[in-house]
Design a protein around this ligand. Structure first.
Ligand code: FEO
Length: 388
């Protein structure tokens, strides 16, 4: 597909539609794109390379766009291998290229490329500029969005912000044209960058001082219209503010009895007019999608079977993901199941107590093996506490 940015700025990224798991953990039913851009001026700058999975495709696009010219500068905004994977090949093609990065970039680079030639390098820091002719690159440090060496780049003449992983999205560009941006951008954000809300807020503040007409991320579509929409969403997400009112019920059920209680709870909430109720099976559904929903909504109820004096592992796994991704500032209820000595509730509660700003709704509801008529008043009371 032909993606046009401007006469001078060319998209030379590639789609990966055959990868099984992005970062060996995220399903990407519509693939992913590794974006790379070329700025053609008196001097030529390349904005990142691509994962080695897409290297051959990318090389063809690069050489076609160059039309016989050479790359003068490689701007390394992020060294994770989905963007640095073709650096060695680039240096074979253009041995005189100047590598541009910050101090952390050059600390990390030899870890990935042991024998890399560091003869031609340019180390940049906050707000340093690099003139290409009529285009000027301004470098803005963005540590921990998503790694410590990350920087973003503002091209001053065309007002383009190259945002590294920021504003990235799952989905190959050829398979997701015209598709809603937020759904897969949100799943990407909370699972990949979500832990680093503070650094994202810092970057957003820096970006607010710039006049930006186009956002060029390293994954997903180029954004050039209604940019306030994307900035607003990123501000909501990175400040851990719920995006929507609603309740996520996430359950981990061994034989279906805890699942039945979770579904019943969902039905009660819907009958009480709760804006949005999502019920998710942690043993079977995409964990990344459930994490996304946990951050998206303002309330959550966790339902789980007891297991080995703790909690059924899919819930343990979910709790660990929530901890890692800095889940916070939400109201959470607990329903546990146990056939003898129930232990799920206290295990869940102990994990939630390690997280910031979590309001745990008491009491924990306990069912024994199966949900019975006699359990319904307690489940009803739990649902009442989640009607906003
Ligand atoms: Fe797309 Fe953090 O790499």
């Amino acid at each position: 597909m032909n993606i046009v940015i401007s006469d001078a700025i060319k998209y030379i990224g590639v789609d990966d539609t055959t990868i099984d798991l992005f970062e060996s953990q995220y399903i990407v039913p519509e693939g992913v794109s590794y974006n790379s851009y070329l700025i053609l001026d008196e001097r030529v700058a390349l904005m990142d390379t691509v994962d080695k999975r897409g290297m051959e495709d990318w090389e063809q696009k690069l050489l076609a766009a160059l039309n016989g010219r050479s790359v003068d500068y490689l701007i390394m905004q992020h060294l994770e291998p989905d963007h640095s994977g073709s650096i060695a090949r680039l240096m074979e093609l253009f041995p005189n290229v100047t590598l541009v990065g910050n101090a952390k970039t050059f600390q990390m680079l030899p870890q990935f490329f042991e024998h890399i030639d560091l003869t031609n390098t340019l180390t940049v820091k906050e707000n340093d500029t690099l003139s290409l002719g009529s285009h000027t690159l301004q470098f803005i440090m963005a540590p921990m969005v998503h790694w410590p060496e990350v920087m973003v780049t503002y091209e001053q003449s065309e007002k383009v912000l190259f945002t590294a992983d920021g504003f990235g999205k799952f989905g190959a560009l050829s398979l997701t044209e015209g598709v809603d941006w937020a759904c897969e951008a949100r799943r990407y954000y909370f699972n990949i960058v979500g832990k680093y809300g503070g650094p994202v807020q810092t970057l957003l503040k820096k970006a607010s001082a710039l006049d930006i007409q186009t956002i060029c991320p390293l994954h997903g579509p180029i954004l050039s219209e209604n940019l306030a929409y994307y900035f607003d969403l990123y501000n909501t997400w990175s400040s851990y503010t719920p995006e929507n009112q609603g309740v996520l019920i996430a359950y981990a059920s061994i034989h279906g009895n805890t699942a039945a209680a979770a579904e019943r709870l969902g039905e009660m909430l819907r009958n009480k007019g709760v804006e949005k109720v999502v019920v998710s099976d942690l043993a079977r559904e995409d964990m990344a999608e459930v994490i996304e929903d946990a951050f998206r909504y303002d309330r959550m109820i966790l339902c789980a079977a007891s297991y080995d004096a703790g909690v059924f592992p899919p819930m343990q796994d979910f709790l660990q993901h929530l901890q890692t991704k800095a889940y916070q500032n939400r109201k959470v209820g607990i329903l546990e199941n146990g056939s003898w000595a129930p232990s799920a509730g206290r295990t869940i509660k102990a994990a939630l107590e390690t997280m910031k700003g979590i309001e745990i709704v008491e009491p924990i509801v306990t069912i024994k093996s199966t949900m019975k008529e006699s359990d319904l008043p307690a489940i009803e009371a739990l649902s009442d506490a989640f009607v906003s």
